[in-house]
Design a binder for this molecule. Structure first.
Ligand code: GLA
Length: 403
């Protein structure tokens, strides 16, 4: 999830290199390092527009793939060991097949190795691997999921296996939860693996059914990066997962038909409030209310109703702040600040929270450079460091880059 000491692969740079430059650097770096030409695979990052912290609670989510993501260059190797390296970061290493995987792999290295382990017999023979990316570092835009998905897609392709995109997402997810140790839901890996150009993904994380709906032809999504360093996010995130699982156990003991927390009704939560206690009641309220916003979002999208979509997004942020308690002063400042401009329908934190990025729904042209400075200057004065506005292109797909 691209967001912490252990889990942040810290790929890419915050200026966002354009694809042509990355590809040229990656090919040159690969040839210099390994002396041969690679095949290159890409998987996108994502912003989640609505459905905060619902994936691991069996609810619905609404992510859209970004133009930026992670590029993985691969080629078979004649050596016995596979070699791994990053274009931008230190930490090159080699792994012999069937050797014990070092338990202390940190940062970006844990992601490809986790996928390698998940693939088991389907992993090709020894290979050489080089990675580069152009998502902001640790911004909560799924740099890690895009790395895992690009690796899974690339290794399956290299091994000549048929590729099922949902299975690719599940492999990437299993690697992050099983090997890297983040108890994340399936949203990021699904968004990276199955998104299509010009579409937003409405995914039911319980049934795994999904729709790819037309989106954003006449709406701009602006991403505001708090650039707040995010430490210990994994433990805070895993704590929310544990709280929700506890709340679910209590509610399910009262109603054995309840299958996931996101399906609970508001009355059930209120009736159990004493037993849940104040913290679990707040967490469960968020999940239940965010789920009803997800039920309303389909109609807003169908009617291209930007004000209605904006109102849902604003309410989601408020709930993340007050009930789920995953916001921060920096995120709140940017959300409130950007929503004060005409033509901005709504904004909310995206990803896990605790820092990272805000996504704002904006009428094209209404949040220009003038408005940008009017927001960023007071932010820098208040917090002592600068935020960034990212006008990211939307829509990209997992794919092999044709030479
Ligand atoms: C992180 C996780 C996702 C999801 C979001 C919150 O990005 O990786 O699985 O839980 O937080 O919606």
């Amino acid at each position: 999830m691209g967001q912490s000491d252990k889990t942040d692969p810290d790929l890419g740079d915050t200026t966002g290199k354009a694809e042509d430059r990355i590809l040229a650097d990656l090919r040159r770096g690969f040839e210099l390092r390994y002396g041969k030409e690679p095949r290159i695979f890409f998987a996108p990052g994502r912003v989640n527009v609505l459905g905060a912290h619902l994936d691991y609670n069996g609810g619905k989510v609404l992510p859209v793939a970004l133009g930026r993501g992670t590029y993985v260059a691969l080629a078979p190797s004649e050596r016995s060991a596979s070699r791994f390296a990053s274009l931008d970061l230190p930490g090159d290493f080699e792994l012999e097949p069937r050797k014990q995987i070092p338990a202390d792999l940190l940062g970006w290295a844990a992601y490809p190795v986790g996928v390698w382990e998940q693939l088991g017999d389907r992993c090709p023979g020894p290979f050489d691997f080089l990675v580069a990316g152009n998502l902001p570092r640790g911004g909560g835009l799924s740099s890690s999921a895009s790395l895992s998905v690009a690796t899974a897609f690339g290794l399956l392709s290299l091994g000549g296996h048929p590729i099922d995109l949902e299975e690719t997402a599940r492999l990437a997810w299993a690697s992050e939860t099983g090997f890297v140790g983040v108890q994340c839901g399936i949203m990021d890996q699904y968004a990276s693996a199955i998104s299509e150009h010009g579409r937003i993904l409405l995914l039911d994380c319980h049934s795994r059914e999904y729709e790819l709906l037309p989106f954003a032809e006449d709406l701009e999504l602006v991403v505001l990066d708090t650039r707040k360093p995010r430490n210990l996010v994994t433990s805070a995130f895993n704590q929310r997962v544990a709280e929700c699982s506890e709340a679910f156990s209590i509610l399910q003991a009262r109603d054995p038909d309840l299958v996931v927390l996101a399906h609970a009704r508001a009355e059930q939560v209120e009736a159990a409030a004493d037993e849940l206690g104040p913290v679990l009641t707040r967490r469960a309220r968020h999940v239940v209310e965010e789920s009803s916003r997800m039920d309303a979002v389909h109609t807003a999208l169908e009617h291209d109703d930007h004000p209605a979509l904006g109102a849902l997004v604003r309410a989601s942020h408020k709930s993340c702040r007050d009930l789920y308690e995953v916001s921060s002063d920096e995120l709140d400042f940017l959300v409130e600040g950007v929503c004060a401009f005409d033509g901005v329908h709504g904004a909310r934190l995206t990803g896990a929270g605790f820092g990272g990025c805000v996504v704002a729904l904006v009428e094209p042209g209404s949040f220009s450079h003038q408005e940008e400075s009017a927001l960023l200057q007071p932010y820098a004065e208040r917090f002592g460091f600068e935020a960034a506005v990212l006008r990211l292109e939307l829509g990209n797909e997992v794919r092999e880059i044709q030479a």
